[in-house]
Design a binder for this molecule. Structure first.
Ligand code: UGA
Length: 472
């Protein structure tokens, strides 16, 4: 099938490349000339596993890049809208890019087409997109508007797309649903997975994935509700971690105990410095705004957001309790991206924490395997970026772990200890076993677990309660 994807951001580019791998002919449209030129030159603008392979495989054949919306729409049976929906100052999603694309599509309709929302949008957007297309001259029988939300995570976006837990198709007519079923048939009937060059199957994937057909409005809600639920899981476990710290319990054991209940499940129960990224913070605010507009005060979401913000303050208090005063302290920081496996620093807890620590007068050397350049810009050169983790630790009063990169969980601890001025680690991602760290000679603080130290440990309550001055 001929498909147009409007917008070459994370979602658009990954969707375009994956549709091409399913055997469709895809035109990705963007109005950013520079980005298009880079894509046409073969550059890969985002750090995403398997994306370089897919772009290399299909670029110029099944996958084309263009700035010509009209031609792309005319040529295509399905138009996926994957443009940005940034938050307004009141937290609602700004849908002006979606509206402008809808206007553009309207003028180019030349036969039945399905216009598919792929960006995360509030409920009722499909109604509005339909109205705008009609207002601008298209006939009602010439098109349908569908919602086909994406559940991909940055860093694993390609495998999430090709091995999804489910495919959600929000279509209000049979014709529209049939067209979307056809697009996803290689995944839903499993034929994609038989291809010798299929992207390798990740461990947990169930194939083939179920394809769930709903109304467009339900699909819009599924996306917001999914992200809100996942963020709620994270804030829930962060709140439990705080209680663990107060009573000297171990949140990892608590997680094991609750996560094995199949109704709860173990995933997204990792405590840390709070969630970040371009999705959860924005989508929670947008969902709250949608609810408010419908007359429902979704106070649970207020609390999810509040716990997330507080998690960063708790972390700063923990650093302070490890070092006593902060002014003039030299800190090594591991991790700048909002999570491991990506170079994205949008709403990154690591960046927000570094900014807070700079304000406290700390000097910071930081390392991230992928996000250094972006972070350097955001931090206005106030942080020394290093070539590796050991250099970040060199001469530091303490080392902070802020992003869950796999390589940060496999450091040479003996070397790390010789690099640090004092062997103190404050781990915001629980990457190490406290006992192992103590045995290796570190004073080690993490989230929701008792602090560990090579010296005789004080009573659990005193060693773990944030703000209790457990300076070593
Ligand atoms: C999230 C969702 O997981 C995707 O399903 C969704 O499609 C996407 O948003 C989106 O709406 O586009 P993503 O933002 O890439 O994906 O990242 P996640 O892996 O969900 O992580 C979000 C944040 O939560 C990160 O800062 C991560 O470190 C944090 N996190 C995650 C935790 O603190 N604990 C956990 O157990 C899991």
């Amino acid at each position: 099938m001929q498909i147009a994807v409007i917008g070459s951001g994370y979602v658009g580019l990954v969707a375009g490349a994956c549709f091409a791998d399913l055997g469709h002919d895809v035109i990705v449209v963007d109005n950013d000339e520079k980005k298009l030129a880079a894509l046409n030159r073969g550059e890969v603008p985002i750090h995403e596993n398997f994306l370089p392979e897919l772009l290399h495989r299909h670029r110029g054949t099944r996958l084309k890049f263009s700035d010509d919306l009209e031609t792309a729409v005319r040529a295509s049976s399905a138009i996926f809208v994957a443009v940005g929906t940034p938050p307004t100052e009141h937290g609602e999603a700004d849908l002006s890019y979606v509206e402008s694309v809808a206007r553009g599509i309207s003028g180019a309709i030349n036969g039945y087409k399905v216009v598919v929302e792929k960006s995360t949008v509030p409920v009722y957007t499909s109604d509005w997109v339909r109205k705008i297309i009609l207002r601008n001259g298209a006939e009602s029988e010439e098109f349908d508007v569908a919602s086909n939300p994406e559940f991909l995570r940055e860093g694993t976006a390609v495998t999430d797309f090709l091995y999804p837990d489910r495919i959600v198709v929000g279509a209000d007519t049979l014709r529209c649903a049939a067209l979307l079923r056809e697009i996803y048939a290689p995944l839903a009937d499993g034929t994609y997975y038989l291809k010798p060059d299929a992207i390798p199957r990740p461990d947990r994937a169930q194939i083939p994935p179920p394809l769930i057909v709903t109304s467009a409005k339900s699909a819009e809600l599924i996306k917001h509700a999914s992200n809100a639920f996942l963020a709620m899981k994270i804030s829930f476990i962060n709140a439990v971690a705080s209680i663990c710290e107060s009573v000297g319990a171990n949140v990892q054991q608590v997680c094991q105990g609750i996560g094995t209940d199949s109704r709860i499940g173990p995933r997204f129960l990792n405590p840390g410095v709070g969630y970040g990224g371009s999705c959860f913070p924005k989508d929670l605010m947008a969902f709250r705004a949608v609810a408010r507009e419908c007359g429902y005060e979704f106070r649970l979401l207020d609390e999810v957001i509040r716990i997330n913000e507080e998690q960063r303050s708790r972390f700063i208090r923990k650093v302070r309790s490890a070092l006593w005063t902060l002014r003039g302290k030299k800190l090594g920081v591991l991790g700048l991206a909002f999570k491991g496996g990506t170079d994205d620093i949008r709403e990154s807890p690591a960046i927000l924490l570094i900014q807070a620590l700079l304000q406290e007068g700390c000097q910071i050397s930081a390392f991230d395997p992928a996000a250094r350049e972006r972070a350097q810009e955001a931090l206005n050169s106030n942080v020394t970026m290093t070539e590796d983790a050991y250099e970040a630790a060199r001469g530091a009063d303490a080392l902070l772990i802020l992003t869950e990169w796999e390589e940060f969980a496999a450091l040479d601890l003996k070397r790390l200890k010789t690099e640090l001025k004092y062997p103190i680690i404050v781990d915001g991602r629980n990457l190490y076993d406290p006992e192992v760290m103590a045995a290796e000679g570190f004073t080690y603080y993490s989230v929701g677990r008792p602090a560990a130290s090579p010296e005789p440990t004080p009573s659990p309550a005193a060693s773990t309660r944030v703000g209790k001055g457990t300076r070593s």
